[in-house]
Design a protein around this ligand. Sequence first.
Ligand code: APR
Length: 183
Amino acid sequence: MTPILTAEAGAARLDIVAGDITALDVDAIVNAANRTLLGGGGVDGAIHRGAGPELLAECRTLGGAATGDAKITRGYRLPARHVIHAVGPVWSGGREGEDDLLASCYRRALALAIEHRLTSLGFPAISTGAYRFPPERAARIAVGTVVAELAAKPGTVRHIVFCCFSDDIATHHRNAFVELGLC
Ligand code: APR
């Protein structure tokens, strides 16, 4: 997928692309999962369909995950070698710690990528679909958290793809890049 926008953050390259995350050929794609980690609709459904039944079989061994946490599996039939299943917060007005829980999803996904020596990682816009997180606010948190984490751990993950399924999500991520002075 041709990036809509590319920027550098430290030694890492950050791309915004518009498209289907299941097509990304990266070390890991991040799934916007629920606490059971046993699949669902949206990007969760697309990733499980693309990976095939072995993904669910491995997810069954994980014992779920808390909101804000993430767990890693293989990618099976996907081009991505791994899937990092992150559980985003359900938006409930912004006074229940949703911002911190969303940031935690990005932080935990990066921590797992670093732990597994993965160098390329694709993110969907976690929580901005069924979980109703305001997409502009989510994009600021996504880009800001990733840039801060990469600055704290330079030379680890070298390629981040923000994979946006709609133009408005891509625009929010582009605006976040601009606000952070990345481009
Ligand atoms: N590739 C990239 N992004 C996608 C794709 C895809 N194939 N399909 C959907 N998206 C986008 C949506 O447009 C939205 O911007 O992913 C973002 C997250 O939307 P959801 O998939 O609805 O995830 P979320 O809002 O985090 O809700 C998670 O929904 O599917 C269930 O099991 C999941 O219970 C969990 C909840």
